[in-house]
Design a protein around this ligand. Structure first.
Ligand code: NAG
Ligand code: NAG
Ligand code: NAG
Ligand code: NAG
Ligand code: NAG
Ligand code: NAG
Ligand code: NAG
Ligand code: NAG
Ligand code: NAG
Ligand code: NAG
Length: 641
C-alpha cells in the first residue's frame, strides 16, 4: 500500500471513531486546574536561513542586488547601462581583499549628457515615503555632479532625485554617502539610477563598487532589517531564532560553507559566498546582525555551527577524523568571538567591531540534518569531537545534535536533539503522538517542519487551510509534550515573491514582494501566531469523553493561575461542537481560524483567511462551562479567566 492511501485510510478511521464516540452534543472536556507538566518557555520561534531571498532582498534592508559582485559568477545581474556607455565586471580594481570585483563604466569618446547605470534591485525596489540612505565607492578621475534617482521601471515616474558633487581619482576608491527624501510609489516595480556627466569621462571609464541603498531600518540599526518584514515576526511573538541555517550553513564544499569570520566587521571585509540555494549571499546580514536581530526582538539565540558536512557539491561531502581539527578550532574561535570578554583574542575583535559586551548564547547546534546526504555514518564521531571540545571550554552551553539518529551510544548527558519533518497533511496528523513516549532525558528541538503536500501527492505552492490544521494537530502534540519538546519552528520562514518567474513548489510561512504592504501572512502564519501568543507555563491534564480526532486539543495555564488556554484543531470537513469545563473561570475570548480545506491567503486575496476573535462567557448557572463549535477545518484558542 502506498504511503498516500495509507494516510487517507488512517484519516477516514479517525473520523469514523470520532463519530461513534461522540453524541450530537459533541466532545465534553474537563480541564484540571492543577497537576500537569511545566511547558518550555521558549517553545515557539523562528528558523532562519537565506533561502528564497529571505535574507538578501528579504528581511535585510539593503535594496540593490549584486551590489558587491559577490558569489560564484554574478555577472551584471540587475545592472543596465544608461546612455551610450558599456558596463563590465572588472577584476583589476578590487575595492578590498574581500570585495574583488567592481563595475566598470566605459564612456565613448566625445560623449556628452548624463550617462551611468541602473540597478533593478531584487525584482524591484520598495519605494516608500521616507528618507533613504545611499552610498557607493567610486574610482577614476571625476570632478562633477552625480545624480541618484529612484523611478518607476515602466512608468518612468520619478520618486527621488539627488544631485551631489563628487571628486574622485584613479589611485584609490572614494566613499560617497548621502540621504534623500523619497516619495511614495504605487508599487515595487522601481529601479535605482546613478548618472554622471559624460563629457568629463569621455574616452575613459569609472569604477563603482559596494553600492548600497537603505530605507529606514528596524530599530534604526545601520545595515539593519526591513521593518515591514521584521514587524510581522514581532507580531508572532516567537521566542528564539535558529541561524544561519539550515542547508545554507553547509556549503557546496568546505571552502564555500558559511564562515562566521567572513560575516563580521565592515561590509568591505565581507566577501560573501555562493549560498546553497542557488544565489549569492552578501553576508551583510552577518553574525553580529543576527545577534542584533535577536536583541531587538527579545529572542533566544540558537547558533548552528559547521561540522564537516557539505551538500550538493563534489564528493567527498564529509570531512572526518584529524582533518576536522581546524574546523573545531574555528568553532571555538567563533564561540570566543560571541562569548569571550574583551581581553580574549576574538572578544577583542568583537569589541573592535563595536560590540564590547559578549552576546547571550546558550544553545549551539552541531551541523544541520546530519542524518541526510551521507552525513549519518560519521555523525557520532563528528558530533562527539565538536561536543567535547565545546563543553570543555564552555560547560554551560546546551549542545543540540542535528538529528536524533546516528548519535554516540550512550548519548552525552544534557544534549538536545533536532528533528525535522516536511510531510503530507495526513502524515503530520498521524505524528500527533510522536513525542508521547520519548525518553524525557533527551529533549527535542523540532527545528523545521511544515505540511508541504496533500495525501494524494499534490505539492502545495503555499500553505492551505487543511495543511495548516494538520500543522496545528502536530503542534498540539508537541505542546502536550512540551516538557520534552523544548522548541519548534515552521520552515521556511520567508519568501521573496518577485516570483512570477519561479516555478514555486515549496510553501513558506510569510511571502513578500516590494509593493507597499507587500506581505502575505499564510494560514500557517496565523496558526503559529495563535499558538505563540497564547502560551501557558503549565500543560494541564484534560479529561475527555471521546478520543482524539478529528478534534485535537491541549490545555495550559499561566504561572499566576489566572488565565487558562485550550487550543483546538478540527481536522475534518464537519463542524464539531465541544463543551469545555474549566473550573473557576467565567469569561474570555475565543480566537478561530477556519476556511475551506483548500482556502489560502494569496497575492490576490491576502486576507482570505484571518483569525476572528469573540468574547465568551460560561453558561448561566454553569460557571466554568463553555460551549463552542469548531468550524470545519479550523484551529481555535479559548483563553479564559
Ligand atoms: C498555582 O496553582 C498551583 C497548584 O496547581 C499552586 O501550587 C501555585 O502556588 C499557584 N500559584 C499561584 C501564583 O497562585
Ligand atoms: C507529563 O509528562 C508525563 C511524562 O513524563 C506524561 O506521562 C504525562 O501525561 C504528562 N502530563 C501532562 C498533563 O501532559
Ligand atoms: C524557494 O526555494 C526553493 C528551494 O530552492 C525552490 O524550490 C522554490 O522554487 C523557491 N521559490 C521561490 C518563489 O523562490
Ligand atoms: C556609442 O558609442 C560607440 C563607441 O563606444 C560609438 O561607436 C557609437 O556611435 C555611439 N552611439 C551613439 C548613439 O552615440
Ligand atoms: C571626437 O572629436 C574630435 C574633435 O574634438 C574629432 O577629431 C574626432 O573625430 C571625434 N571622434 C569621434 C569618434 O567622433
Ligand atoms: C526626512 O528628513 C527631513 C530632515 O531631517 C525631515 O524633515 C523629514 O520629515 C524626513 N522625511 C520623512 C518622510 O521622514
Ligand atoms: C584619491 O582619493 C582618495 C579617497 O578620497 C584620497 O584619500 C586620496 O588622497 C586621493 N588621491 C589623490 C592623488 O588625490
Ligand atoms: C576565516 O577563517 C578561516 C579558517 O576557518 C580561514 O581559512 C579564512 O581565511 C578566514 N577568513 C578571513 C577573511 O580571515
Ligand atoms: C489531490 O487532491 C486535491 C484536493 O482534493 C485535488 O484538488 C487534486 O486534484 C488531487 N490530485 C490528484 C493527482 O488526485
Ligand atoms: C470583549 O471584551 C473586552 C473586555 O474583556 C471588551 O473590551 C471588548 O469590547 C469586548 N468585545 C466585544 C465585541 O464585545
Amino acid at each position: 500500500m502506498s504511503l498516500a492511501s495509507k494516510n487517507l485510510l488512517a484519516c477516514g478511521l479517525f473520523l469514523a471513531v470520532a463519530q461513534l464516540a461522540q453524541p450530537v452534543t459533541g466532545l465534553e472536556l474537563t480541564v484540571s486546574t492543577s497537576g500537569g507538566n511545566k511547558s518550555s518557555p521558549i517553545l515557539y520561534g523562528f528558523m532562519f536561513e537565506d533561502i528564497n531571498h529571505s535574507g538578501d532582498g528579504g528581511i535585510h534592508s539593503q535594496l540593490l542586488q549584486n551590489n558587491g559582485f559577490q558569489g560564484a559568477n554574478p555577472g551584471l545581474t540587475a545592472y543596465a547601462p544608461i546612455g551610450n556607455v558599456s558596463l563590465a565586471v572588472d577584476t583589476e580594481n578590487p575595492l578590498s581583499s574581500a570585495i574583488t570585483r567592481s563595475l566598470k563604466v566605459t564612456v565613448p569618446p566625445n560623449a556628452s549628457g548624463k550617462v551611468g547605470f541602473s540597478n533593478s534591485g531584487y525584482w524591484g525596489i520598495p519605494v516608500n515615503e521616507a528618507n533613504y540612505t545611499n552610498s557607493f565607492y567610486i574610482k577614476g578621475d571625476y570632478n562633477g555632479d552625480v545624480t541618484l534617482r529612484l523611478a518607476g521601471a515602466s512608468s518612468g515616474s520619478l520618486y527621488a532625485s539627488q544631485t551631489i558633487s563628487v571628486k574622485s581619482n584613479s589611485s584609490s576608491y572614494t566613499y560617497v554617502e548621502t540621504q534623500y527624501p523619497v516619495k511614495q510609489a504605487p508599487d515595487g516595480n522601481n529601479i535605482w539610477e546613478l548618472t554622471f556627466d559624460a563629457s568629463k569621462v569621455a574616452g575613459k571609464s569609472l569604477n563603482f563598487d559596494l553600492i548600497q541603498l537603505y530605507p529606514p531600518t528596524f530599530h534604526d540599526r545601520p545595515n539593519g532589517l526591513k521593518p515591514e518584514i521584521a514587524n510581522v515576526l514581532v507580531d508572532m511573538k516567537g521566542s528564539f531564532l535558529r541561524f544561519p541555517g539550515g542547508n545554507n550553513l553547509e556549503g557546496l564544499t568546505p571552502a564555500t560553507r558559511w564562515k562566521w569570520n567572513e560575516t563580521i566587521g565592515p561590509l568591505t571585509s565581507r566577501p560573501g559566498r555562493q549560498g546553497n540555494w542557488g544565489y549569492p549571499n552578501t553576508d551583510a546580514l552577518g553574525l553580529n546582525e543576527y545577534f542584533l536581530w535577536i536583541q531587538d526582538m527579545g529572542l533566544t539565540a540558537v547558533l548552528g555551527v559547521w561540522d564537516g558536512l557539505t551538500i550538493g557539491g563534489p564528493s567527498p561531502q564529509v570531512i572526518t577524523g584529524d582533518a576536522l581539527k581546524p574546523y573545531i578550532d574555528d568553532v571555538l574561535n567563533e564561540l570566543e568571538y560571541i562569548l569571550g570578554d574583551k581581553d580574549t583574542t576574538y572578544g577583542k575583535l568583537r569589541a573592535s567591531h563595536g560590540f564590547p559586551d559578549p552576546w547571550p548564547l546558550q544553545y549551539v547546534e552541531i551541523g544541520n540534518e546530519d542524518n541526510l546526504n551521507g552525513g549519518g555514518p560519521s555523525y557520532a564521531e563528528r558530533f562527539t569531537a565538536f561536543h567535547d571540545a565545546i563543553k570543555a571550554k564552555y560547560p554551560h552551553l546546551t549542545i543540540i545534535s542535528s538529528t536524533d539518529q546516528y548519535l554516540p551510544n550512550p548519548k552525552p548527558k544534557g544534549i538536545w536533539m533536532d528533528w525535522h519533518t516536511y510531510s503530507p497533511a495526513g502524515e503530520l496528523v498521524s505524528m500527533f503522538n510522536k513525542f508521547d513516549n520519548v525518553d524525557r532525558a533527551f529533549p527535542y528541538f523540532v527545528g523545521e517542519y511544515a505540511c508541504i503536500s496533500l495525501d494524494n501527492g499534490t505539492e502545495l505552492a503555499q500553505p492551505i487551510m487543511q495543511g495548516s490544521v494538520a500543522e496545528a494537530v502536530f503542534m498540539i502534540g508537541m505542546e502536550r509534550n512540551s516538557d520534552v519538546v523544548k522548541m519548534a519552528a515552521y520552515a521556511p520562514l520567508l519568501q521573496q515573491y518577485g516570483g512570477y518567474t519561479w516555478n514555486d513548489h515549496v510553501p513558506n510561512l510569510i511571502m513578500f514582494n516590494n509593493n507597499p504592504n507587500g506581505i502575505v501572512r499564510s494560514t500557517s502564519y496565523y496558526v503559529q501566531q495563535m499558538f505563540s501568543v497564547n502560551r501557558g507555563s503549565t500543560i494541564l491534564p484534560v479529561e475527555s469523553d471521546g478520543s482524539f480526532g478529528p478534534v485535537y486539543y491541549v490545555a495550559s495555564k499561566t504561572s499566576d493561575n489566572k488565565t487558562y488556554y485550550v487550543k483546538f484543531a478540527n481536522y475534518g470537513p464537519t463542524p464539531q461542537p465541544v463543551t469545555v469545563n474549566i473550573p473557576k473561570t467565567e469569561t474570555g475570548r475565543l480566537t478561530t481560524l477556519s476556511g475551506a480545506a483548500t482556502a489560502a491567503n494569496t497575492w490576490s486575496s491576502p486576507n482570505a483567511v484571518t483569525p476572528k476573535t469573540s468574547n465568551v462567557s460560561s453558561a448561566d448557572g454553569a460557571p466554568g462551562k463553555f460551549t463552542i463549535t469548531l468550524p470545519a477545518w479550523s484551529v481555535a484558542v479559548l483563553a479564559v479567566e
